[in-house]
Design a protein around this ligand. Sequence first.
Ligand code: SAM
Length: 293
Amino acid sequence: MPRPPPIRLLTTTAVFTQLLRPAAACCKRQFIDRYNLTGTALPTAWHNLTVNEARRQHVMTAMGFVPGLLFDDPRALRLEFGVRNGDMISYTSATRPASWGRDAVVASSLPWDGFDSFKGLPKSTLNAAKLGWGAGKYSVKGALPKVPSHVRLHVGWFNETLPPFLDGLGRGPVAFAHLDADIYTSTISVLDALAARCRLRLGTVLSFDEIFGPKGIENEEFRALNEAAATHGFAWRFITYLNHPKTLFGRAAVQVTGLGQRCAGVARAEDGGGGGGGARGGPGRRGKKRGGS
Ligand SMILES: C[S@@+](CC[C@H](N)C(=O)[O-])C[C@H]1O[C@@H](n2cnc3c(N)ncnc32)[C@H](O)[C@@H]1O
């Protein structure tokens, strides 16, 4: 009689690739199909990069969608929400798209602003906790990272640091924002603060680090995006996404393609009629289906 195969203990990597990955593939694929993301994917060659390298490529590709006029506006804001150890902002702030629509970057020392409590995630919902995003996750215990000198760090909770920044030093249109705070409450506080002050422009790019993937994740960053768009009347479309096979989480960036009446008026008054240089890729459309719970 043939002997049964020996019982193997799975390493952590094997647990991920053999047990979790099929489920992740299912949920990420559902989102991609539901919102018709195909066509905005990064080349699959990037799947050979590490997850972190691929994340950087995704963010830089998304940044390339910002219209040149908006990116180079001296008032323009380049922002990160969720800085932690400064890896991503150190990378993104050091480079910029070489020219609009080109897949190339050049060195840059344009100002960036990064926001973080440096104490980890605030307490949130049961859903966030189930996704592994409990209070204090990603804390660096208040230690500030070393970042390039053209990056200003704003230490504290977003709802306390962002409004005064936008009402003072940071009076300008948002060219690009990387939202990497994971959870709904943090992300909505950012989007509300920006949109209520009419800082989004046609062409603004918002890049989300964990917008799709495991079950329940759409109630976090994606819910915040949909709610902010509905509340403040802006329209957006997906421009890029990253579905890396070695992570459960899917990244995607969106571009603002329409502004509510009030903010369109503010943009005309502040920018002299341009509203930020215009979005690439035709008329605005939102995702097919509204997110949120
Ligand atoms: C996943 S980490 C960011 C990683 C970083 N972007 C990178 O790629 O290196 C999330 C960060 O968001 C911060 N954060 C989340 N919600 C926040 C809030 N409401 N106010 C301030 N910081 C917050 C946490 O402190 C944490 O450092």
